[in-house]
Each structure stands twice: as structure tokens, then as C-alpha cells.
Design a protein around this ligand. Sequence first.
Ligand SMILES: Cc1ncc(C[n+]2csc(CCOP(=O)(O)OP(=O)(O)O)c2C)c(N)n1
Length: 369
Amino acid sequence: MIDTKEFYDYLCKNDLDFFAGVPDSLLKDFCACIKENSPTSQNIITANEGNAIALASGYHLSTSKVGIVYMQNSGIGNAVNPLLSLSDEAVYNIPMLLIIGWRGEPGSKDEPQHVKQGELTIPLLDTMGMKNMVLDVDYQTQIKESLAYIKETNKPVALIVRKDLFSKYKIKNEDDEYSLTREEALNSIISNLNNDDFIVSTTGKASREIFEIRKANNQSHSNDFLTVGSMGHTSSIALGMSLGTNKNIYCIDGDGSFIMHMGASAVNANVAPNNFKYIIINNGAHESVGGQPTVGFSINFEQILKGSGFKYIYNAETKEEINNGMQKLKEKPLAVLVIYVKQGSREDLGRPTTSPVQNKKNLMQKIIE
Ligand SMILES: Cc1ncc(C[n+]2csc(CCOP(=O)(O)OP(=O)(O)O)c2C)c(N)n1
């Protein structure tokens, strides 16, 4: 195990003190340590991983410093374009140090959405011609080696992080501004749905909670599409579904997911049929992976959504307001319900016990019936 603070201090000592990225569960402690010890201008939690590559590139242009980009391996896909068409040696040849959480490492047990990405993490980096190494306790030697390589080639280097590599580093919780938890909000949403309403829910704990709520209610899972991977694409999946059926499709998004591919919102608002019902649960954080902040509490969802073309925006903080908002979603076209909740989830929260393919089959059978 690596002492997280010592690792962070070692990076800073080597002039590696500019961070950008999207948080990850395996990097939870590392991200908490950066957040606690770096000024906010030196740790930019970006909308998506591609932005982080671009940001570190821009920072290098004005400082000649090497930025650190952190991400889960799920984010490699988002990063490929700027890695290959911006920082690559064939284009601008811009160095940076990537720190990548290795979900789905071959031989370890992980969720279905991480298995293929885990297998392909190193092959993908190799294919892109990126020097990479699996980070271990001898990290000082690895960082020295990375910096020597960067000095010689100006090329990015990736350090891959196994599960449980970093020691615990607890983030200090901000004061709770709102009273409901995400799970309570989901319970209220679900209690307002009919048997032929469908849900498309976002990546992370929201989908896990929905699975458990259905179980506790003795309801089938056939009405729910749990977007277990593919963060940020939930609303596009819901849009596609709503274009193919007359049934109501309730998209339940998170603030981090919404922000990751915010452009989808503009297209959704312009093409959404009346059965596309949009709900965003805003806890101002990437709660599922450790609670690092998003800009969810600093941006004006109402203006963004209205500017995109949605007509009616309803805000809710209480169960009663959710009930009213759900009623409005049923009545009005192009309506969005934004629910403000506090952070937190149950310690004993489970995971879906049926496979994604089985869930898909059950859902398709029900929706096409
Ligand atoms: C492309 C990609 N980047 C990062 C992750 C890791 N990840 C899983 S859930 C999550 C946080 C989602 O935040 P939000 O949508 O606000 O939902 P919350 O967890 O707060 O309920 C992150 C960053 C991922 N799955 N995919």
C-alpha cells in the first residue's frame, strides 16, 4: 500500500502540482488528498476526461509544466481523441502524467461494465504508443523514470492504479444543505410511476438504489434500464428509447453525468417527443466515487435547460415537491424536474444481481409487448 499523502507530497516535490481529472472509486483517497491539499486553481475537476487532457495541455503551453491527469479507466475512451489528436507526438507532442484507476483488472472480481475495459486498459495504452506502468510501492523510482522519459520525449506517461493501492484519506464533508438523500428522492419518484412507465437511470449508486428499491417494493426490474457504465450518456439512451415507443421514458440523471456530456441536453430538448421525461438528481458531487464536488451547485440548471429548449423546469427539495414535480412531468411536454439532495448512501447498498443482458431482455420484452 502507498501512503496517499506521502505520494501526493512526492509529486509536488517534483513540480507535479497541477491536477485535472474526473474522480474514480479506486482513486478516491488520492482525489480526496488532492482536494484537501491543493488550491482549487491547481485541481480542476473537469466535466469529462477529454477536457482534463486538453486542460493539462493548455497548462503546459503557458507554464511548460507537466500536469497530472487522473481518471478511471472507463474515461480512457473520452480521453482518446485529445490524446491522439492534440498531445500526441505526431501533433503537438505535449507531456503529462496520467494516473488511471484500473477497474476490472484481469483476475479481480468486478462489475460487468468494467470487465472488458479492465482487460483492454494496458493494450489500449500500448496501441496508442503510451508508455505505461502499474504503480507500486516503489513509486519514487517509477516517477523518476517517468519524468526522465518525459524530459527526453515530451510524451505522456500513464501510471495504472490497482484496487486498494492508496491508504485511506478521508474527505471532510461539507455541511448538508438539503434534507433528502438520493435514495429517498428515488423512492418518491418511483412511487409516482405506473406499471408501464420506464426508467433509464444514470451510472453509479442511483442505479444500484433503484435496483434495491424495486426489490424492496416487490416490483419487477423489467421497467428499468440501469446505465451501469457509459457515464454521461443516460439521457441519450432515454431519448432513443422515447423515439421508439409511446410509453413514458423517465430519464434519471446525476449532476456529474449531466455535466459530463452537457451538449446532449441541447439536442434532447430539440428532438424529444412528449414521452421523454427528464429528472436530474443534483447533489453537487460525484457521490458514487467519493463525493468530490461537481459544479452542480454553482451552475443554474434552469437557465441551461431553458436555454437548451426545455419549456418547464421544476425544482424540488422535499418529497411533497417531488410529488408535485412528477405530476407536472406527466402533464407537460419538454419538462424537467431538478431534485436537490444531500450526499450519502447506505453502507449496505447492494449491486444488481441480474446481468445487464438479462435486464435488457426483460426490458425489451416488456416495452415491445
Ligand atoms: C467515463 C467515466 N468516467 C468516470 C466514471 C466513474 N464514475 C462512476 S459514477 C461517477 C459519479 C457520477 O456522478 P453523478 O452523476 O453526479 O452521480 P452521483 O454519484 O453523485 O449520484 C463517476 C465519476 C465512469 N463510470 N465513467
